[in-house]
Every structure is written in C-alpha cells, then in structure tokens.
Ligand binder design. Sequence first.
Ligand SMILES: NC(=O)c1ccc[n+]([C@@H]2O[C@H](COP(=O)([O-])OP(=O)(O)OC[C@H]3O[C@@H](n4cnc5c(N)ncnc54)[C@H](O)[C@@H]3O)[C@@H](O)[C@H]2O)c1
Ligand SMILES: O=C(O)C(=O)C[C@@H](O)[C@H](O)[C@H](O)COP(=O)(O)O
Ligand SMILES: [Zn+2]
Length: 349
Amino acid sequence: MTEGLRQTLTVEAPSKQYKITIDKKWIDRDFFKALAVNRKIVMITDENVYACYRELLEGFDVFVITAGESSKCMASYSDIQSYLIEHHLTRSDAVVAFGGGVVGDLAGFVAATYMRGIGFIQVPTTLLAMVDSSVGGKVAINHSVGKNILGAFYQPDAVYMDTAFLETLPDAEFACGMAEIIKYGLIRDEALFALLADLPVKAVREQIASIIARCCAIKAEVVAADEEDRGLRQILNFGHTVGHAVESFYHYKTYTHGHGVAIGMAIKAKLAMNNGIIDPVQYRLIVETIKKFNLPIAIDEPEQMPEVLKEVIHDKKAEGDVFKLIELETIGSVKIAAYTYDALVAMLA
Ligand SMILES: NC(=O)c1ccc[n+]([C@@H]2O[C@H](COP(=O)([O-])OP(=O)(O)OC[C@H]3O[C@@H](n4cnc5c(N)ncnc54)[C@H](O)[C@@H]3O)[C@@H](O)[C@H]2O)c1
Ligand SMILES: O=C(O)C(=O)C[C@@H](O)[C@H](O)[C@H](O)COP(=O)(O)O
Ligand SMILES: [Zn+2]
C-alpha cells in the first residue's frame, strides 16, 4: 500500500517528543487495526469525512460529529466524553482524530481532559490540518464570546498524514489550507512564499507533500522553542487577531478559519505598506498571492470592520491590558508588537 516518498519529522516539544509521518496512499484498515493493538481506540470524525471513508472505519468505535466549526462546542465535547465513558476507555487507551482541524481541536481537548489525559493520535484529512492544526498540541473548543477560549496544550502521540485524503477535499477547503501555508511563508520562509507567488496553482498542488513537510518543519521548530505560546510561538498567530474576530463576529457561518486568516494577513500587509515597512510591489505580491488561491483579502461589508474589531478583546495573546499584534518586517519575517486595546483597534480599522 505504500506510494510516494515517505517523509518523517520529529517534534521535540518539552512535554512530549513525537513523529509526523507523511506519505501517499498508506493509511488503510490494517493501519487503524495496528493502532488498536493492546488498547482500545475511539475514532472521532465528522459526517463528511465519514461519508468519504466509511469503509476504512468499519468495525471501529466511531463518534461522528456534525461537520463545521459549530461542533467545537461544549455539547459535542460533553457527548464525546460520555461516549468514552460508555465504552470504558481507560488512560492506556486512545482517541484518534480523523478529520480536519475541527475534529482535531475538539478530539484533542477531549483527550487532554478525559481522566486527565489519554492517548491522542492525529490523522488529519484537510490540507489545513496537515500543515498546521494536527501539529503542536493546541486543542480547544469555542465559547460563545470567542474562538478557542477553552483549551489546553496537549501534544499528540503521533501524527499520520496521508496526502491521498486530499483527493476528496473540496477545492474551497484546499484554499483554506493555502491560507496557513502563505502564513508560514510570510512569517518564516521567504523561499516558500516565492514559490507560492511564482508557481501556478496546479504546480503548487503537485508539490503539496513537500510543502506540507516544510510547514510542519517550521511549526515543529517554533513549538519546540515555545510550546506554551508565551513568546516566539505567537508568530504562528500572524493574521489571526483579525481572523478570529472576523470568524466569531459572523458566528463562524460566513467566513472559515482560512478566510479569516487570509483577510487578517492582507490587512497586516496593508498596514506594513502604509508604515513604509514593505513597499507597494511587495504588498501587491502578497495580496495577489492570497487572491490566486481563491482567498478573500477583505470582508464583504468593510463598513462593519469597526464592529468586527471589537472582538479582538478576546484575543489570547493579550497579557492584562497589553494586546499583541504580529507585524510584518519583510516577506519571511515578522515581529511581535504590543499595544493597548484602543490603539490596536484604531490602527486596524
Ligand atoms: N490547533 C491548531 O493549531 C489549529 C491551527 C489551525 C487551525 N485550527 C482550527 O482548525 C479548524 C479549521 O480546520 P479545517 O479547515 O480543517 O476545517 P474542518 O475541520 O471544518 O474541515 C473543513 C471541511 O472539510 C471536510 N473534510 C475534511 N476532510 C475531508 C476530506 N478528506 N474529504 C472531504 N471532505 C473533507 C469537513 O467535513 C469540513 O466540511 C478551525 O477550528 C481552526 O480554529 C487549529
Ligand atoms: O499553533 C499555533 O500556535 C497557532 O497559532 C496556529 C494557528 O494557525 C491556529 O489557528 C491556532 O488554533 C490559533 O490559536 P489561538 O491561541 O489564537 O486560539
Ligand atoms: Zn490558524
């Protein structure tokens, strides 16, 4: 069943070391059976992934959530906990997150808190989950006031990526993953950004396995240096202060996470140009690259932006009255700046 060139990386987080394995067409029923040797596993997935990969999951205990951000909530969290209790999972057993970032964040928060922590394996099926959410151990659900308010740092035991899962992913969801990939280029890797800017979309898709590996390597390096998001790791939040505000203001119904991040990055790029940090040519390159991957650079009703921005009050990078913003220095490099809430909102509006 092995196809493609297998790539492995190690995440050396202070709390846990684990491997990321990337290959194509290698995850099958036997693979899942092997995960269940000498322990119970419960697979968490969503309805769309279940519809595509039902046969793969036959015979396993599977909890299927409603697809979409609305499932990152207390009700789903509680229902899954009850399911684990009913199936008598013990601390030596494991939860397998088989899906996108919603499944991974929710299943991870369940795993982190069930009996104070049980086994947790990530099998991401979206591009976004492969390049970002399945790695690094940020697990969470949303609160009605804001995004990822209830969560933990809980690293998976392993991350297994099969790029063949991307063959069933809708193009719009592929685009959402591209938003986080553009983020990695802008914050840490000029060459990656240049590749995204220069290559046609089709060629980017053809190179996706190596792009995923590059993004995972960047994330692994950052997480190893600052697992709990006190300093350096905050650069991974580039575009997210605005992005989360946009997602949450529209109740996660109008803009996906990838959309929010794309809009947030475009706003930051404009700010950098207006402040003379990047030049107009660089600015245009950034927005054209975002647009090339079918991502938005602004909300549809820009007059609502001042109201939207009030949501940044719930940003988790804040320390007391000090609000942080990740700002472009140039393509491939960012810095962390601090503002008051009022100054931040005024600047972004
Ligand atoms: N923990 C982190 O570090 C981190 C990082 C980035 C994003 N996130 C979170 O991730 C979430 C977004 O993740 P996402 O973009 O993967 O969204 P998602 O999990 O909602 O998946 C997007 C859609 O694709 C479908 N899908 C998934 N895999 C599929 C496949 N292989 N074939 C067909 N359909 C498939 C899903 O059913 C869903 O409808 C947000 O909640 C965001 O906050 C977390
Ligand atoms: O891993 C991180 O750190 C990130 O910030 C990655 C982000 O892409 C991701 O969306 C994360 O969930 C945002 O975290 P939050 O702390 O701002 O909720
Ligand atoms: Zn993100």
